[in-house]
Design a protein. Sequence first.
Length: 277
Amino acid sequence: MSREEKLYAVHSVERALAILEALGQNPGGVGVTKLGKDVGLHKSTVHRLLATLAKYGFVEQDEATEGYRLGMKFVLLALNFLNQLDFRREVLPYLRELAEVTGETTQLAVLEGGEVLYLERCHSQEAITVNLGLRVPAYCTAEGKVLLAYLPEERLRKYLESHQFRQFTINTIVNPEQLRLHVERVRMQGFAVSAEEYADSLRGVAAPVFDRHGRAVAALGIAGPASRLTLERINRLIKALQESCYSISLRLGYQRGRVEEPLREEQKSRSAKGGNY
């Protein structure tokens, strides 16, 4: 390979990485023309790079909109990364214990773009099934709302301004301002409840898992049918869920009081005006 070819190869990698970063900021998908403008590349160059990335599973194209988004290859890389950190080993015992105690599905999720990605789950004979690698919009799940609540303020603002909210059920929060107030309340109380917001008759409750820097790196959740997971029962499960999350956080090096970006007094005041969830 000549010096010029090597230089071109490096530039191609840099351009591909720029495209991947741009796609990460557009979880709903983005077209080639807009993507080219965002990264400062010609449309034909972007198209060629996308074709290569798609070939190896790093991006995928929505057949309906023809927009591009990050592909499932990142799920596999994320799982491998977590395995290397022994993250699953730390979480699995707590997932199993919660599943045994509650008789419901317990699951571990992380935030990727504007979606939650389910990395691990345990269930009893009575529980629903959640597929590993499943991606669901963050704003209508308990795990997603918890992770949104602990985002830095600027990232949350960009999410609320740029995301397109779909009405999955009558309970789905689709108004950005209402969602912002809701996640402020979630952060104040330390847990989130999804009351049939993604699917009818499905409820969930989730709490954050913090790393040694005080960042909410994952959410631990309990999900089940509304007939069993009543709001009264959820209230009884919250303490056990939060205790599990705190134990996992300690094993990851978390120290109480190190949560990033503490709530402002204004947020506390506004949160107090909301409902229980």
